[in-house]
Design a protein around this ligand. Structure first.
Ligand code: EPU
Length: 417
């Protein structure tokens, strides 16, 4: 991705459907006996990869702009061991979904962004609590339900985990009896998944709180189109872009409640916004003052916005301090930003940021999606040309990003994917 930076941006941008909902909803679609239709689907590479995994299982799908149709009626469950599984973290949702529907799942260890250690012990613990037998062979996880099927139970997580919460919901929707998930993650994407499943006949209560109860049902059948919630991280990224280099930008299709703490921090930094029902207008910023940020599970400050906001802090007075308690090693942006003259460093898992008056474009590499977003924002702010290598990591999760940035007046193009 090439960015010729320093140009003030203006206009409006429409936020797409949430990546982290979509990547759970697509695997969840195989739980339906009937065809599934999603609206608001973002145009991202993760969706292409998940559709390709579906195709391997004889699940056909078609996409028309933001509408995705999936027909799981002829599904042939097979071991999911191809390289595609490693292409994205969320492929691990096929574990819960296949186990639920067919009593067995053989899936390679998931890949995903390199943001530090990402164990899946809580997922395994949950599958076992439901009665499944879990074994590991040739880099694959083999999960098998007993003959009598999975049986609901109380699953208490040691850590709050989005992925493990979603996998337990998927695994238990068709189990016998009631499953209670304690210390569940409360992210909006979990509510979105529960809404989709409940509309197909599931009985999930408490999604969005730390205790979720699931009464198993016999089967699920989709009948309505499910509209995916807007992507709060994409919205946050454009709000940051608007605050950094905007000349007045309207961000549309946002649920501001999903960004409460983030918006509070931006206001503290001096960003002037009008927060509407489903839109946020960001005024040009006169002066920014840095703040201290600590990431935590929802409704806390999202780890996924930690790297994007560190780019904005390069414009602020005082020292910015960021502690990512979820992924302390999510710092792949730092060495790249330093190449652009950014005063940013990490010491004992604390990120420090100082005002950097002389940001200039150069060759950098996007090692993962949010590190890439941070480079993209800084590239838009910096003078000269920024070439982001491995920009595919940005396209993995940012809906039509080139089109949207150009629409705002940015000079940006894709060179390599
Ligand atoms: N954890 C464990 N054991 C587990 C699961 C998680 O120790 O079995 C730890 C993790 O190491 C981490 C913490 O618990 O320290 C939280 O991890 P979580 O499971 O919640 O993360 P995830 O489900 O793998 C999702 C998003 C991430 C986002 C995190 C945190 C998807 C596909 N991914 O990951 O999104 O950063 O939740 O909110 O939903 C991104 O979009 O850029 C991204 C990486």
């Amino acid at each position: 991705m090439d960015i010729r930076g320093g140009k003030p941006l203006t206009g409006s941008v429409n936020i797409g459907g949430a990546k982290n909902s979509t990547v759970a909803l697509i695997p969840a679609s195989i739980l339906s006996q009937t065809s599934v239709v999603f609206d608001g689907v973002p145009q991202i590479k993760d969706v292409d990869n998940l559709r390709s995994i579906l195709q391997d299982m004889n699940v056909s799908s078609s996409i028309d702009e933001s509408v995705l149709r999936i027909d799981p009626s002829k599904i042939e469950p097979i071991p999911l061991t191809s390289g595609k599984i490693q292409s994205l973290r969320a492929s691990y949702y096929f574990m819960g979904a296949l186990l639920s529907r067919f009593g067995e799942a053989i899936v390679s260890f998931p890949g995903g962004d390199d943001i530090g250690p990402r164990p899946i012990d809580q997922h395994i613990h949950g599958f076992e609590a439901l009665g499944a037998h879990v074994s590991f062979k040739n880099e694959c996880i083999h999960i098998k339900a007993p003959k009598e099927g999975l049986v609901g139970t109380v699953i208490k997580f040691k850590f709050i985990s989005v992925g493990a919460t979603i996998n337990m919901i998927l695994a238990s929707v068709l189990a016998k009896g009631q499953t209670t998930i304690e210390n569940a993650a409360r992210e909006p994407e979990i509510i979105d998944l529960a809404t989709f499943l409940n509309n197909m006949g599931a009985k999930i209560r408490g999604a969005g709180t730390s205790q979720i109860r699931i009464d198993g049902v016999k089967e699920l059948r989709a009948s309505n189109t499910h509209t995916i919630i807007p992507d709060r991280i994409e919205a946050g990224t454009y709000i940051i872009i608007a605050a950094a280099i905007g000349n007045g930008i309207m961000i549309k299709n946002v649920i501001p409640e999903h960004l409460d703490l983030f918006l509070g921090k931006l206001e503290e930094m001096g960003v002037n916004m009008v927060i509407g029902e489903d839109s946020i207008y960001v005024y040009p910023t006169e002066r920014l003052v840095n703040v201290e940020i600590k990431t935590s599970p929802f409704p806390g400050f999202a780890t996924d916005l930690q790297q994007p906001i560190s780019a904005l802090m390069l414009l602020g007075d005082n020292e910015g301090i960021i502690k990512d308690t979820i992924y302390p090693k999510r710092i792949r942006h730092i060495s790249e930003l330093q190449k652009m003259n950014a005063k940013i460093w990490c010491d004992h898992n604390v990120i420090h940021v100082l005002k950097s008056n002389n940001l200039r474009g150069t060759d950098v590499t996007a090692d993962e999606i949010r590190a890439g977003a941070s480079l993209m924002i800084t590239g838009l702010m910096a003078s000269g040309e920024t070439r982001i290598h491995d920009a595919g990591n940005i396209l993995r999760g940012y809906d039509q990003v080139i089109y949207k940035l150009r629409n705002l007046g940015a000079d940006v193009e894709i060179i390599d994917k």
